[in-house]
Design a protein around this ligand. Structure first.
Ligand code: ADP
Ligand code: ADP
Length: 230
């Protein structure tokens, strides 16, 4: 069963193609890596999936929703099912760490007691409890990235989109955060990670690996290691 499908998707910025003729599908619960050089189109691919930007051509289906036909008032329903870890974090600088995370649950209409419990849990798991009242600009890049991860998972999304999710973390924190994300995979969450970090790719394993080359898809790689060590 597919949760994400792209049919002949192209994205143009001006005259140039960021993505060209991409067709792929992602199965429910899969961990998918998207790799490729800087500028290959990895971020653009993730951006299209939660309608940060529209496609130029082609069709995208996410969780049964045809994104081209999604009316503006339905976009929040799409985004509530997706947790995004942005490469530049995109935290709200004048709101506390706690508020940055709780906003996700408030938007989903969760009651205050549930919000408090869930936010405290993700803060604890990412090691950010002591910073819950801090404003993001006062934190290091690694700390901000942990908040971004906490915000992405707090709503128990069906899909997590992660752009270099450990790019600002030291090796130890990267391992803690990667293991945390893998717990969501165990629970059935579909995860797409854009990364050119081969250490990360090797440490988590994957179900499918896509390589982008100048906006085009190279042959998908099956996970040979998992097939050999079931
Ligand atoms: P990657 O994530 O693999 O580094 P990107 O998806 O960020 O690649 O970029 C792919 C190409 O699209 C690059 O040439 C980049 O400059 C271009 N691009 C991405 N976003 C925009 C944008 N908002 N406006 C114009 N060009 C863009
Ligand atoms: P990466 O390529 O590693 O994903 P970038 O720094 O290229 O990261 O992109 C960061 C943001 O800037 C993204 O939101 C992307 O859409 C935008 N962007 C990238 N390239 C361009 C560009 N040439 N013009 C305008 N915006 C861009």
């Amino acid at each position: 069963r597919s949760i994400i499908q792209l049919f002949d998707v192209s994205k143009q910025y001006g005259a140039g193609y960021a993505l060209k003729n991409i067709t792929l599908s992602v199965k429910v619960g899969d961990l998918v890596f998207i790799t490729g050089a800087s500028g290959a189109g990895k971020s653009t691919l993730l951006n299209l999936l939660y309608l940060a930007t529209p496609v130029t051509r082609g069709q995208i289906i996410v969780g049964g929703m045809n994104l081209a036909r999604l009316s503006p008032e339905k976009i929040p329903y799409l985004r509530r099912r997706i947790g995004v870890i942005f490469q530049d974090f995109k935290l709200i600088s004048h709101r506390s760490v706690f508020d940055n995370i709780s906003l996700v649950l408030e938007a989903a209409g969760q009651p205050p007691a549930v919000i408090k419990k869930k936010v405290e849990e993700v803060l604890e798991r990412t090691g950010m409890t002591e910073y819950m009242n801090a404003l993001p600009p006062s934190l290091s890049g690694g700390q901000q990235q942990k908040v971004a991860v906490a915000r992405a998972v707090v709503g128990d999304p069906d899909i997590i989109l992660a752009d270099e999710p450990t790019g600002s973390l030291d090796a130890c924190s990267a391992e803690v955060i990667t293991r945390y994300l893998m717990e969501y995979k165990e629970k059935g969450t579909t995860i797409l990670i854009a990364s050119h970090n081969t250490a990360l790719i090797n440490s988590t394993g994957f179900d499918v690996l896509y390589t982008l080359e100048a906006g085009q898809l190279a042959q998908p790689g099956e996970n040979i290691c998992a097939a050999m060590n079931p």
